[in-house]
Design a protein around this ligand. Structure first.
Ligand SMILES: Nc1ncnc2c1ncn2[C@@H]1O[C@H](COP(=O)(O)OP(=O)(O)OP(=O)(O)O)[C@@H](O)[C@H]1O
Length: 586
């Protein structure tokens, strides 16, 4: 043994490292180049030796069966348990306590850390060693897939600089993805023995369409690994989408149709314009292409600009009959119908902002990131009933309170108007001076407020909070313009849109029930046909302006049915995890 190696063992070198140093010494006698010197210095460094020792100890602990984890998915089990418990919380105290404990962020983080260790998530993922090969020779892979009714789940494109046909996307969960053999960036050289050089993606598609049985691809693998990780993002769609009528989608068959309100699992946002998603309710399905937020926002902006141009053109009277612009979407029509659904003069208007409510639609509604919000035992989310004036929000609210007045309560509103005969302070209203109310509004003490006939009206945040803190369900039926002020992380409201049925049913149900028009200040006559029509138009406008904020819609035709649906809804809010803005769930 050489003097240096003796020194190495003196320094408590790891045996394997000592052996390497010895071998290196022997090699040094054969050649004496700089690289060997460098390697020697590295192997003899204290830092490397310390690292190797740590590694050996960790590896030894890892081999000890006594320390093997029982399971590596405890966090998943926790969420499953929460889901089960949430339906039983109302049954007994123990359930509620466990449910409460399992929701603690510390416990959840602990289980996540446990799972990461159990799954050995700490091991570095080293790139695969390159296989020795002739540098000039390209690796080619031959992939065979059996053609079925299911689409391949991949899109191709022509690479601009080279003209090569390249795999542009692999749809998550699709046939190509499941095969694990085709990756984004792979170059397609042949399909079923046909050279695709110089061909367009359309030509390749027709080769595929005309093939039967097995399809054989000859591919040059891309440099990257192409491994796709699924993102966990869930969004609520705020618009309807159909790939069949989208002229820009790269491949209609690869598109995913959805409707406003659908919860979508966004599995990939790798492409700036086309995300991959599947409907939350179809977890195993192949992912489909949907427009990204950026693309959809651009389109809406474009449509809006187009509409403005058309509006100004038609005002000039120049192209009304020759304009070839496609008919306005429902989105556009509602937006321009503000004058047709303005409230009648006799109706009380607490929120004198009718000229401004287009601002509410300024926010471009595309997708909203959501997450499951679990009910907290004893702390109920406020339920906000929104609807066109006269549609029956207060009737439904009153019925719910009458059903269980211990549980459902509404805050007493504040007003600056003088008290009328028969009224009791604190029962109908809390009467305050204008100065006091303005100061409180300024100080942010009202969750919603408005002005009617020179008097202020509003609901204080404190009164809502005190109902929630008393363990009751707070019911609110404010003017629809209060939605934005109420929809905060502090209140986490559940918003229900009470909608009128079609004209005939609306008229029939109200007439049979001798309903009193809320447009009549004396509250003595029934609704007129004009008022029914206004109610329907107003509901359309509310839907256009605020539809993306609604958690639920209830059609108030038959009152018994509508009330039953409301009862079911409030029970779900109390017991089930429900989708809510992701920023509310931390
Ligand atoms: N489904 C229904 N069938 C029959 N009558 C109904 C129905 N829903 C509500 N009504 C009646 O319609 C009238 C107006 O209802 P309500 O007072 O609840 O309206 P609202 O939405 O609170 O209106 P506003 O905001 O103008 O006060 C009441 O007489 C109510 O009993």
């Amino acid at each position: 043994m050489t003097a240096e190696v003796m020194a190495a063992s003196d320094a408590n070198y790891d045996p394997a490292l000592s052996k390497l140093i010895t071998t290196l010494k022997e090699a040094e006698t054969l050649s004496n180049d700089q690289e060997i010197d460098f390697l020697k210095a590295l192997l003899e460094s204290k830092e490397l030796n310390a690292l190797v020792n740590v590694h050996t100890k960790v590896a030894k602990v890892g081999r000890d069966d006594r320390l093997a984890p029982m399971l590596s998915n405890s966090a998943v089990i926790l969420y499953e348990a929460l889901e089960q418990l949430s339906q039983r919380c109302h049954l007994n105290e123990d359930c509620r306590e466990v449910f409460h404990l399992l929701q603690k962020p510390h416990l959840q983080s602990l289980l996540h850390a446990h799972d990461a260790i159990a799954q050995k998530d700490f091991y570095p993922h080293l790139p695969e060693l390159p296989v020795e090969m002739d540098e000039d020779e390209e690796t080619i892979k031959i992939v065979q897939l059996v053609k079925s009714n299911e689409p391949l789940g991949a899109t191709i494109k022509t690479e601009e600089e080279t003209g090569k046909i390249i795999i542009a996307r692999i749809m998550h969960g699709g046939a190509a993805d499941r095969s694990g053999l085709i990756h984004v960036g792979d170059e397609v050289i042949e399909v079923n023995g046909i050279n695709v050089e110089g061909k367009t993606p359309g030509d390749v598609l027709s080769i595929l369409q005309n093939s039967e049985g097995t399809i054989t691809f000859k591919l040059v693998p891309s440099d990257g690994k192409g491994a796709q990780r699924e993102s966990k993002v869930r969004v609520r769609a705020h618009f309807d989408y159909s790939p069949d009528v989208d002229p820009y989608i790269p491949c209609k068959e690869a598109g995913l149709a959805f409707q406003r309100g659908d919860i979508l699992h966004i599995v990939s946002q790798d492409d700036a314009y086309w995300w991959q998603a599947r409907r939350e309710s179809e977890r195993t399905a192949r992912a489909g292409l949907i427009p990204s937020r950026a693309l959809q926002e651009r389109r809406l902006l474009h449509e809006r600009t187009q509409r403005e141009v058309n509006d100004s053109e038609s005002k000039k009277g120049s192209c009304a009959s020759i304009c070839t612009t496609p008919p306005a979407s429902p989105l556009m029509r509602s937006s321009s119908s503000s004058s047709s659904c303005r409230q009648p003069k006799t109706k009380k208007i607490m929120y004198d902002l009718t000229e401004n409510d287009d601002f509410d639609r300024e926010m471009i509604a595309t997708y909203e990131e959501v997450a499951k919000l679990y009910p907290r035992p004893g702390v109920f989310r406020p339920v906000v009933l929104i609807g066109a004036p006269g549609v029956g929000r207060n009737e439904l609210r009153r019925r719910l309170i009458a059903r269980d007045s211990e549980k459902y309560r509404s805050p007493v509103p504040y007003t600056t108007r003088p008290m009328r005969t028969g009224e009791v302070a604190g029962r109908e209203y809390i009467f305050v001076t204008r100065e006091k109310m303005e100061a409180d509004i300024e100080a942010g003490k009202f969750v919603e407020h408005g002005e009617y006939k020179g008097h202020l009206y509003g609901t204080s945040g404190e009164s809502v909070k005190s109902i929630i803190n008393a363990g009751c369900v707070c019911l609110l039926s404010p003017h629809y313009q209060a939605i934005k002020a109420l929809r905060t992380v502090q209140l986490k409201p559940f918003i229900v849109h009470i909608k009128p049925p079609e004209f005939e049913i609306l008229k029939k149900t109200r007439t049979e029930a001798r309903a009193k028009s809320t447009f009549d200040e004396t509250n003595t006559r029934g609704f007129t046909d004009d008022e029914f029509n206004d109610m329907i138009k107003s509901a359309e406008r509310i839907d256009f302006l605020y539809g993306h904020f609604f958690d639920e819609e209830i059609l108030n035709g038959d009152l018994v049915t509508a009330f039953e649906k409301l009862v079911n809804t409030v029970q779900r809010i109390e017991n089930e995890p429900l989708w809510a803005p992701a920023s509310w769930v931390q």
